[in-house]
Design a protein around this ligand. Structure first.
Ligand code: GLN
Ligand code: ZN
Length: 767
């Protein structure tokens, strides 16, 4: 008789069905909840998440995936890694210190936060300098005990693997990594031996770093770590869990002395499967089959998943040696579709958030244990739902599909070179030396946000709201003229969010009521869903921009969000490639660009702040992504006249490694954030200069501080040493929507003054 096939989960959203977690955290931070009450409420959320997985029938339920803020911060503090600027005297890290590290406190800046691999989740970066790691508390063990005592759950403790933890930490020189491994190994060993003594069966050790490009040295270290850990707790089953892509060095990894290997069969499907088919899978190991997409929100085609399991079985991975699980933690998807009653059934039924994904896992497990017939009803419902959406009109817009099928025939190149265009543009625009401009948005004050609320709730008529927006635009046009800026903007008062605004106006997008996912700490985002063919319906930005232009002789820049940013900040349909969706968005945006031009708006900025963050995890996949991203951008901007000036903006500056693609966008002007790492950027321009219009942010918009003229002058001087002054623009780092009115005006005044100093200097005879 064969043993039963086991279902497993890798992690569950912390935020709760109604974002209770966020609300509880924020109430505690605001001093509205005492610590004991706070801990009690948090415990309830944690237990209810576990209970839900228990009710769904998941056999291996993860514990210790829950967090008070972030799992990397949990790991650091578990090891007593607290930077010296925070109060800490050893032992268990107090909650106040924990939150001070996450959010900053009086006198101590918060720890750095950065993207968790290629997700939109951000973790707190561990700072290892000057710390002496110790095991202050065995968190996985505590979580295991809690689940067992309170709910009778035989949980699967989850922890971040040693190598991933070190690789994501900072505060040490890379040649110290071997020493650090020796520091941490005893701590990990202790965690595991205590789990073993407690009678824990499975532990999940997350090593997503294994899907990134690794060196042979990395591999040797991984081998060393896992040989030591497996030897230290021989009775504990270690599931070495990877996700987000296929593993590098498959052969070496599956030879490690651990009991299980977890692979992503969604985002790393092709390569992981090929490896198994070519190399086989060891007969003494369990394969964690990441079948259900932990990163996207669509119901899976269950037949297809069963076929994949059959393929695996035919390639020496029999059903008795697999776990059926999601491709990654479900942290990256919303909690449940149950509340989405406003969505059309054809779409709503095709969605699967965390709870629904658990059901998919148990259905597949049941299919293997009891035979397909046992789940015949579920399978047929699944087929129908998928057929319904794929045959729906939303996904069958002939025109859109033809246009993207013929994408190579669509214009993607401006009809004149930058050299030719810049001459024509100079004649047309007659801008002064070092023209000044801003990135698009002006302060979204309480007044602006309230106006939008009134309008959305119906309290204000559309006409009332529109009048309000016009008033804001008019005020800021006046302000910009008074300040003496050269290229003006309308201020983006009508937009909440740079993607949502366009999603609401384009066809093919849907918005959930409650589809929140954690972005960092208590902050959650509700990404739009691109579920159908994307189509332009009517102009989206022309009215406000045209109105702004009617109030001034100076040029007003039109302001659009680029195709790649819209793509990367949405949940995207998975029945066609992301590349195809990018082209659909690009063609829709092209219509907007043309509409703006028709309306006399002949400077148009297409923002791409999310271009870089969409880079794949493996370097070898970068170029393909960059190529289609650049093409998408060009498709949306190529058809304008030579005199029309295309701007773009990016909120980062680490692009020395993608500079060729940035150049290939062929924008007439690019503005980029710089002030937080000015030195590095200047340095990278020494190596490869940039020879189209460029504006390096001359002040940091993340702080309310108004910089001095001298600071800005210095920034500009250094930039002009490596960039062509005739092509240089003066602008802030990014949009100003999060800033207050007064500081915004004060900083811009200084900025214009700085530009004027340079203009005067240029007139002076050279001595
Ligand atoms: N135009 C946008 C703004 O000014 C750009 C925002 C961004 O780069 N994230 O707000
Ligand atoms: Zn920006």
């Amino acid at each position: 008789m064969s043993t039963a096939i086991v279902s497993s989960n890798l992690g569950f959203p912390r935020i709760g069905e109604n974002r209770e977690w966020k609300k509880t955290l924020e109430a505690f931070w605001a001093g509205k909840l005492e610590e004991p009450a706070f801990l009690k409420q948090i415990e309830e959320i944690r237990l209810s998440n576990l209970r839900l997985q228990q009710e769904k029938g998941i056999a291996l339920i993860p514990v210790n995936d829950f967090s008070f803020y972030d799992h990397m911060l949990d790991t650091s503090t578990m090891f007593g890694i607290v930077p010296k600027r925070f109060p800490y005297e050893g032992g268990v890290v107090p909650l106040t210190t924990y939150y001070a590290m996450a959010r900053g406190s009086q006198g101590a800046t918060a720890c750095e936060m950065t993207k968790w691999f290629n997700t939109n989740y951000h973790y707190i970066v561990p700072e290892l300098n000057e710390t002496e790691p110790k095991l202050t508390v065995n968190k996985p063990l505590e979580a295991y005990r809690e689940a067992k005592q309170k709910l009778g759950i035989e949980g699967k403790p989850v922890l971040i693997g040693l190598y991933t933890f070190l690789k994501l930490s900072k505060g040490f020189k890379s040649d110290k990594i071997d020493e650090l491994i020796e520091v941490f190994l005893p701590l990990y060993t202790q965690i595991l031996t205590e789990l073993e003594q407690e009678g824990v069966t499975w532990v999940q050790i997350d090593e997503p770093i294994l899907v990134q490009s690794l060196s042979k040295e990395d591999l040797t270290r991984i081998h060393h770590i896992y040989t030591a850990l497996a030897a230290a707790a021989p009775k504990l089953n270690i599931m070495l869990q990877t996700y987000f892509d296929a593993v590098e060095y498959y052969e070496e990894l599956v030879a490690l002395p651990v009991k299980g290997i977890g692979l992503d069969f969604v985002h790393g499907l092709v390569q992981n499967l090929q490896n198994i088919q070519k190399i086989g899978f060891p007969t003494d190991k369990v394969l964690g089959v990441g079948l259900i997409d932990g990163r996207n929100i669509w119901l899976e085609d269950l037949q297809q998943k069963l076929q994949l399991l059959e393929t695996l079985a035919a390639s020496s991975v029999p059903y008795e040696r697999i776990l059926i699980q999601p491709s990654s933690s479900l942290l990256h998807v919303p909690v449940t579709t149950r509340k989405e009653s406003k969505l059309e059934p054809v779409l709503r039924n095709a969605l699967s958030f965390a709870e629904e994904k658990l059901s998919e896992i148990t259905i597949l497990t049941e299919a293997l244990n009891a035979g397909k017939d046992a789940i015949a009803a579920e399978l047929s419902a699944n087929q129908q739902t998928i057929a319904a959406i794929s045959t729906s009109a939303y996904r069958n817009k002939q025109q859109v599909q033809q246009a993207t099928a013929n994408i190579s025939a669509a214009p993607s190149k401006r009809n004149k070179s930058f050299a030719e265009r810049s001459v024509l543009q100079e004649q047309k625009w007659q801008l002064p030396f070092l023209p000044t401009t801003t990135i698009g948005s002006f302060p979204q004050t309480v007044e602006v946000r309230n106006a939008r609320k009134h309008w959305r709730s119906g309290e204000w008529s559309p006409a009332q709201y529109e009048a309000f927006i016009q008033e804001q635009i008019a005020q800021w046009i006046t302000t910009q003229e008074e300040l003496g800026l050269d290229v003006l903007v309308h201020g983006e008062f009508e937009r909440t969010d740079m993607v949502e605004f366009f999603g609401e106006k384009l066809d093919g997008f849907a918005f959930t009521s409650n589809g929140w996912v954690q972005s960092y700490g208590s902050r959650c985002v509700k990404p739009p869903i691109i579920f159908g063919d994307v189509e332009f319906v009517q102009p989206m930005t022309v009215k406000e921009t045209e109105y702004a232009q009617s109030l001034t002789q100076k040029p007003v820049k039109g302001m659009l969000t680029g195709p790649i940013t819209i793509l990367n900040w949405s949940f995207v349909r998975s029945d066609i490639t992301r590349e195809q969706v990018a082209y659909q968005i690009a063609l829709a945006l092209r219509e907007e660009v043309e509409a703006l031009e028709q309306a006399g708006i002949e400077m148009i900025q297409v923002d791409e702040p999310a271009l870089r963050e969409g880079l794949p995890l493996k370097k070898q996949d970068w170029q393909a992504y960059l190529d289609w991203s650049v093409l998408a951008f060009r498709l949306s901007t190529a058809t304008v006249q030579a005199t029309t000036q295309i701007h773009t903006h990016m909120c980062y500056c680490e692009f020395h490694d993608i500079i060729d693609s940035i150049r290939a966008l062929d924008a007439d002007v690019i503005s980029i954030e710089t002030s937080r790492s000015h030195g590095e950027l200047i340095h990278s321009f020494e190596e490869h200069t940039y020879d189209q219009g460029i504006g390096l942010g001359v002040y940091d918009i993340h702080s309310p501080r108004v910089p001095s003229v001298n600071e800005m002058v210095e920034m500009i001087e250094r930039a002009l040493q490596v960039l062509e002054p005739e092509l240089f623009w003066i602008n802030p780092d990014c949009g100003l929507k999060t800033r207050g009115k007064e500081e915004t005006i004060a900083s811009l005044r200084v900025m214009v003054e700085a530009a004027k100093l340079f203009r005067v200097r240029r007139q002076l005879p050279v001595s």
